[in-house]
Design a protein. Structure first.
Length: 480
């Protein structure tokens, strides 16, 4: 259930493959290299509960760092590689990382981190620090190779401490208590992947998204916990993703809806010319998928689309398979972890079919926000402290299926009527067919009318994200 076991049984099997270059990280190499790094971290005085951070592009070394942390009882914080120097430094400092692993490719930004992250003692650079770099930055490879490839005498299981996106302020670390289990028992996420998506040692999992996000790094390491193979793209490209599915005979994959949209926009002859016969489970989450987009994906890929809803907080989880979604279009599934409750702003439970704040009930609160007890308390129900919410609005039907309608922080109240910009965004994506570059969402906005009602408008975007015209946009709705 972890690389140490797989290195004994299948040492030459690929634990990870770089999709573009074809470079392979075997289980023998993953085991040896993560052991060496674990020894280095121990020599630096890091003990269970301490922190290490990684600031990398999608690089095979990502997995070595992750498993070194996991087999040392450490917290691992992944830092968004597209942040500025001060933004990245804030996270490295806030999480309390004592060692940072970055790379030559991101060194221009990483070089700014030591000024703010005063508690970080060692800075290791994958592929070597560039010429002229500060002496504080040293070669990752040289540093790690100085240590034995033997496991530590005890290997308690570590954990992620990932950061929120920071859309409502500075990012917050999301902490989970260490389990106390040995790493040899495998990652908890592996149990979920095996149960819901039938991942096993024969699975080949394509990951097209950035590894600093919770789902890509969480699912990829869980696949490795089960002995499967991860195919990692360095960045998403619609055609390259299809090529990788075919080239590596991927059995499993994970996407966000924007990726589906981009693949669907390829010329039909081009996108349907690949052999995807090995592909049997396509997972998606992270954002609501427009119903039209999902129906088109079903028509193309067949009944292999699986969807889940949950947050990095791991406070609850819903899941819906292909057949159930086709019978309940638009749902994000039934609860498979935690019990669902839909409540109004006062905390009163609402009847089926009525939208409110989505809570999950657990026996205990499974997370806390790092150094922010007030934010932790704000996620809890006012009367039931073990019910927690992440800010999503939705309703449950009579069969227990959850449907999301919006985020509480996005909802606009106009004249006593709730307006949900997410619905406007879906309309813009599917009807206006506006290109959505990179991380941009469909254009959304509002302006205040003289009668104090809010009017929402959308404007078409041209290529590159610029408005296609300077008109005032198309009025879609007015709250009354």
């Amino acid at each position: 259930m972890y690389p140490g076991l797989h290195a004994q049984n299948t040492p030459d099997k690929a634990a990870a493959i770089h999709a573009r270059t074809g470079e392979v990280l075997t289980y023998a190499d993953l085991d040896a290299r993560s052991n060496r790094l674990a020894q280095l971290l121990w020599s630096e005085g890091l003990r269970p509960g301490d922190h290490v951070a990684v600031f990398l592009e999608n690089h095979l070394r990502y997995f070595e760092v992750a498993w070194a942390a996991f087999r040392s009882g450490l917290y691992l914080t992944t830092v968004n590689r597209y942040l500025t120097g001060p933004e990245a430094a804030y996270i490295v400092d806030d999480c309390g990382a004592q060692v940072l692993v970055s790379s030559r490719a991101v060194h221009a930004v990483a070089s700014e981190i030591p000024k703010q992250a005063k508690g970080c003692r060692r800075f290791l650079v994958v592929d070597g620090a560039p010429k002229g770099a500060s002496s504080r930055f040293e070669s990752f490879e040289q540093a790690v190779n100085a240590y034995p490839a033997e496991p530590l005498p005890e290997e308690p299981l570590g954990e992620f401490m990932l950061y929120s996106s920071g859309t409502t302020g500075r990012p917050k670390g999301i902490a989970h208590a260490l389990s106390g289990r040995p790493v040899s028992r495998g990652l908890a996420m592996a149990v979920t992947l095996k149960r819901l998506f039938r991942v096993d040692a024969d699975s080949v999992y394509l990951s097209p998204a950035p590894m600093y996000h919770s789902a890509p790094i969480g699912f990829s390491t869980a696949v490795q916990s089960l002995g499967g193979t991860v195919v990692m793209m360095d960045h998403f490209d619609a055609l390259d993703a299809l090529r990788a599915l075919e080239k590596y005979a991927a059995t499993h994959s994970q996407w966000v809806p924007t990726m589906f949209s981009r693949m669907l926009k390829l010329p039909e002859q081009e996108r349907t010319g690949f052999d995807l016969s090995a592909h049997r489970v396509a997972i998606h989450a992270a954002a609501p998928c427009p119903q039209k987009v999902k129906e088109e994906m079903f028509a193309w890929w067949g009944p292999i689309l699986h969807e889940y809803y949950g947050g990095t907080e791991s406070n609850g989880l819903t899941y819906v398979g292909p057949e159930a979604w086709l019978a309940h279009p638009g749902t994000v599934g039934r609860a498979v972890m935690g019990k669902l409750h839909i409540c109004n702003e006062d905390g009163a439970e609402l009847p089926n079919g009525e939208a409110g704040l989505v809570y999950f009930e657990r026996k205990r609160v499974p997370f806390s926000y790092h150094k922010d007890p007030e934010k932790t308390r704000s996620a809890q129900h006012p009367m039931h402290p073990t019910w927690t919410a992440l800010g999503d609005i939705g309703y449950v039907d009579d069969e227990g299926y959850l449907y999301l309608t919006d985020r509480a922080s996005f909802m606009i109240i106009s004249g006593g009527v709730n307006i949900y910009p997410q619905e406007i965004g879906r309309y813009a994506r599917t009807q206006l067919v506006c290109p959505i570059p990179r991380a941009h969402h469909a254009p959304q906005g509002g302006r205040r009318r003289r009668d104090r009602r809010t009017e929402l408008r959308v404007r078409r975007r041209g290529e590159g994200g610029r408005p296609a015209n300077r008109g005032r946009g198309r009025r879609l709705c007015v709250g009354r």
